[in-house]
Structures are given as structure tokens and as C-alpha cells.
Design a protein around this ligand. Sequence first.
Ligand SMILES: [Zn+2]
Length: 127
Amino acid sequence: MTDLVARLREAIGETEQVAKDAEQENWRWYAEDKTVMTHGQDGEWEGYRTTGTRADAEHIARHDPTTVIRRCAADRKILDLHGLMPRPLKNGMPTGWACSICDDGEGTYNYPCETVQIVAEFYEVEA
Ligand SMILES: [Zn+2]
């Protein structure tokens, strides 16, 4: 695992933990005009926050804890898919390591691959 991937997994974990700390059981945000609201499993409204605009409320609702936790899980799957693998041997000599998906076998892809770097951009983890 490269340093970038390790730092990225740590950033994903931190983001997920913040969302879990904020989350109550099945807590979701819903936009209602300039307000975001939550409700419990029984459907009863449990809380609300007023926001500046309808757009603010929509934005917050679309990034509620449940959504963030789902995003973190999806990003981990992307990292797992684009994992580091040994490149095939040539003339009995190892040819290095590469992404298990993006490697073209010609050594033109470095690791972390572009896909992993794009995920890192979201978490503001720099190479
Ligand atoms: Zn890749």
C-alpha cells in the first residue's frame, strides 16, 4: 500500500467516523423549504435546523450522515478494486507493482492510479 492510499483510507475513516458520531439510528435529513428535518423510524419528526436558503437545506439534506457513510463505503470498494498487485515477471525478473485494474502490462501506469488519485481529491489528500 502506498503512502497516499494509507492516508486516503485514514481520511475516509475519519469522514465516516464524523458521520457516525452525528448519526442517530437511521437519521436522514430532508429539505423543507429553508429547513432540514429528521425523523425517526416511526416516521415522527425528531428535529430540524433552519438554514439560509432552500439551496442550503437541499445541500445539507443531500450530504446527511447516512449518505456520507454510504459514500465512504463506496470509496473503500473503489480502493479495493484498484488495489496494488505485482506486475508479471519478465525474464524471471519482477517488473514492479501496479493497479490491478488500470495496469496495461506495459508499465505506463504508476500507482496510485488516476482513479485512486481522483478519490483522493474528494478527501483533499495530496500525493
Ligand atoms: Zn486503477
